[in-house]
Every structure is written in structure tokens, then in C-alpha cells.
Design a protein around this ligand. Structure first.
Ligand code: TMP
Length: 388
């Protein structure tokens, strides 16, 4: 597989490739990549993802910050740290309340946007060493949070030690990530790519972080990214586990994420999903239909390369990120165009690669695209919307 976010011009150097395979640890139940490319190859000044581009995600992060600050209410000792703050979308809700804060991110291009928005920033990867420097400069944190970031960090031990060190005794650590149970249920295997080194579950979070003095006391299921889980952890081992967490853990145990059978079944479903998608695209090609993709997502790199779909089956992909226009998709070489061009010349069929933003996209595009625009979805199964 190529690096999922390696969007470059056609004739630039080929994307670096790596072996994409996964394992489940039978001790801590952590679902993980066997091998991850070097983080600095993925998260650098060319990182093409900007959180603030999605209106729904902006609203979501506003509510997330409300929740976090309501658990440990703001006082004169409050200091809020976000790991992987990207363009500062979430931290802007902390800044608006005048609370001391710090956003950490290794991708300079997105971090400069945060800085321009008045967010206090620190360029770099979060490590235990950096946690020591932050404590020296700013003191300990009352809240540490991260959204869709912890699964990117391969050295979980160092990360957990750093967070434990950074937090005040009564501090909390809150993070959210795509949830393993949702991925298995929806066959959304495109969640598996270089940047997602872990797909977490309640069982794995509880097991892994408690070894480093961070104890899970609550969790809340989220609809974002096709089903995510928000985890609440405390340094205080005595903090009681919420009844909501207990119910979620019971439900997770019932679906059997600790058993091999569920994963074997998942593999079979991935293979049939691939066959269904390739069969449909091949049929449409034979019928002379035009097919384009909607959103050149990192997840689409897994789909396109696993299914061996190139420009013969999907002629182009339209994306709203200006940096991606004029580039090709990594490994599959499908040209990327701006979304303004889509509205001028919509294809017969649009494959929705940003399926996790389906509601937002469908609402937005209803006005801009023909009323009978046909969409191809592949999560949880391959289907066509609007086919008469
Ligand atoms: P990601 O799935 O790798 O996070 O990337 C999301 C991509 O989807 C990003 O390149 C922007 C694109 N996108 C659109 O093109 N239109 C949209 O309406 C939304 C929400 C995202």
C-alpha cells in the first residue's frame, strides 16, 4: 500500500509503499497494524487534512469541548492541552472562553493556521520528553484531549507516560477515535491505513492505559466517522466507572471482539464488498457511463489499491481541499479535480469516498447537483442511491 495521504502531481516521485497487515493482541485486545511507516513521512509540512473544512465537524468539536469542560469545570488552575490540534478548530472553543491552552501538532502547514487563529501552539510530536518541557514552561494540565489522533501514534507507552506526567492529579484525558465494533459491523475496512496504527475498543483502552496510571471511567458513543467512541480517563484509580461505560462494555463483550471468529467473518465480508464494488464499476464502464469519485480521502487509498481501481473505472475524483486539486490518488493515479468543476459537469455516477460525511455532503450537494444525481455507496454495502 502507498501512504494514504501521499497526494502528489502525476510525475513527481512515486509514493513510498509499505506492507499493510493487521493483528489483534490476544492479551490486551488491541487491534493494530503490524508495521507502520515512519511518522515523519506521514505528518509533516505537506499534511493535506484540515479539520475546519467540515461544518459538521466544527459543530461536533464545539460540543466536545463543552462536554470536556463540564466534567472538570474551569477554574484558576485550568490549562487545556490538545494533542494533534490540526488547524485549531477544537481549541478555538477553548480560546473563546479565555482559558489557557496549548495545541501540539507535528504538521507545520496546518499548525500555522491555528496560530493565525490566535491559538497557542507547539510544533512537534507529543512525547514524554515534550510533556516534561511543557510542564516546565506552563505547569500541569487540567484537561488533555485529542480527536482522531491517538490512533496515529505508534509508541502508545511513551504517549501514555507523557500524558500521565502532564496531567494534574485531578486532571482528565479525553480522546475519541473510530470504534472497532463499528468498523467490524459496517465492513468499513477503509479505516485501515498507515495513519491508523490502532483501532481502539473499550477493552483495549482500559487494558493498555491502566498500565500507565490512566483509568477509564466513562465513554460515549459518537456518530462521527461512521461510529466513534469517546473515552474519558482519569489519573484517579478510585474514580467510579459510570453506568454508561458499564453498559457499553457489556454490549462490546456481547459482539465478541475478543474472538477470532468475528475477524475471519470480517475478512470474508471485505472480500465480497470488494467484488461487489469492482463488478458494479466494470458493468458501468461497459455501459459507457461516466463515473467519478467524491472526496479524495485517506480512506479511499485503501479502497482504490485493495480493489485495484484506477482511472479506467473511476475517471476522476472531486475534492474540496485546494492542495489536492491537480494531484493524483496515491498508487491508483486517479486525477483529482476541484469540487467547483464537479458542479459544472457532473458524471452519471459519483462514488462517495467521504461516506463518513454523508449527511453533510448530501444536504450540501442537493442544491448544487442534478436532482437525480446517482451516488454509489460501499459502506456498509455496495449500493446505488437514486437509481430508478
Ligand atoms: P479524510 O477522510 O482523509 O479525513 O479526508 C476528507 C477529505 O474529504 C478531504 O480531502 C476533504 C474532502 N471533503 C470534500 O471534498 N467535500 C466535503 O464536503 C467534505 C466534508 C470533505
Amino acid at each position: 500500500m502507498p501512504l494514504a495521504n501521499y497526494f502528489r502531481k502525476m510525475n513527481e516521485i512515486k509514493p513510498p509503499t509499505f506492507r499493510l497487515s493487521t493483528s489483534l493482541c490476544e492479551t490486551c485486545y488491541l487491534f493494530q497494524l503490524d508495521y507502520q511507516p515512519k511518522p515523519s513521512d506521514m505528518f509533516n509540512e505537506t499534511y493535506p487534512f484540515f479539520t475546519g473544512l467540515s461544518q459538521n465537524m466544527r459543530e461536533h468539536f464545539g460540543f466536545m469541548v463543552d462536554t470536556i469542560l463540564s466534567i472538570n469545570p474551569i477554574n484558576h488552575e485550568s490549562f487545556v492541552v490538545e494533542l494533534g490540534c490540526n488547524d485549531g478548530t477544537a481549541l478555538s472553543f477553548v480560546r473563546n472562553r479565555g482559558v489557557p491552552h496549548l495545541g501540539i501538532d507535528p504538521s507545520e502547514n496546518v499548525l500555522r493556521l491555528a496560530e493565525n487563529n490566535g491559538i497557542n501552539i507547539n510544533l512537534g510530536f507529543f512525547t514524554t520528553e515534550l510533556a516534561h518541557e511543557i510542564v516546565k514552561m506552563h505547569g500541569r494540565a487540567s484537561h488533555v484531549f485529542a480527536a482522531n489522533v491517538i490512533c496515529h501514534i505508534p509508541d502508545l507507552k511513551d504517549l501514555a507516560k507523557g500524558i500521565e506526567y502532564l496531567l494534574q492529579e485531578s486532571g482528565i484525558f479525553v480522546f475519541e477515535e473510530p470504534y472497532l465494533v463499528d468498523m467490524l459491523a459496517q465492513v468499513s475496512y477503509d479505516q485501515i491505513y498507515d495513519e491508523h496504527v490502532f483501532i481502539f475498543s473499550l477493552a483495549s483502552v482500559k487494558e493498555v492505559f491502566s498500565k500507565y496510571g490512566l483509568f477509564l471511567f466513562d465513554a460515549e458513543h459518537q456518530e462521527t466517522h461512521g461510529g466513534s467512541m469517546r473515552y474519558f480517563l482519569s489519573k484517579n484509580r478510585e474514580r467510579p466507572m459510570s453506568s454508561r461505560l458499564q453498559a457499553l462494555m457489556d454490549a462490546e463483550n456481547e459482539v465478541g471482539i475478543k474472538d477470532r471468529g468475528g475477524y475471519i467473518d470480517f475478512i470474508d465480508k471485505c472480500l465480497s464488498n470488494r467484488n461487489d464494488l469492482v463488478d458494479l464499476l466494470t458493468k458501468l464502464k461497459k455501459q459507457g457511463k461516466s463515473v467519478a469519485g467524491y472526496a479524495a480521502t485517506s480512506k479511499s487509498t485503501t479502497i482504490l489499491n485493495f480493489c485495484k481501481i484506477g482511472p479506467d473505472l473511476i475517471q476522476r475524483i472531486y475534492d474540496s481541499t485546494p492542495e489536492k486539486a491537480g494531484c493524483v490518488t496515491p498508487g491508483s493515479n486517479i486525477p483529482i479535480h476541484s469540487q467547483d468543476e464537479l458542479r459544472l459537469n457532473p458524471p452519471d455516477y459519483l462514488v462517495l469516498f467521504a461516506w463518513n460525511h454523508k449527511t453533510e455532503i448530501m444536504t450540501k450537494e442537493k442544491k448544487a447537483l442534478p436532482q437525480d444525481q446517482k451516488w454509489i455507496l460501499f459502506v456498509p454495502k455496495v449500493e446505488i442511491l437514486n437509481e430508478s
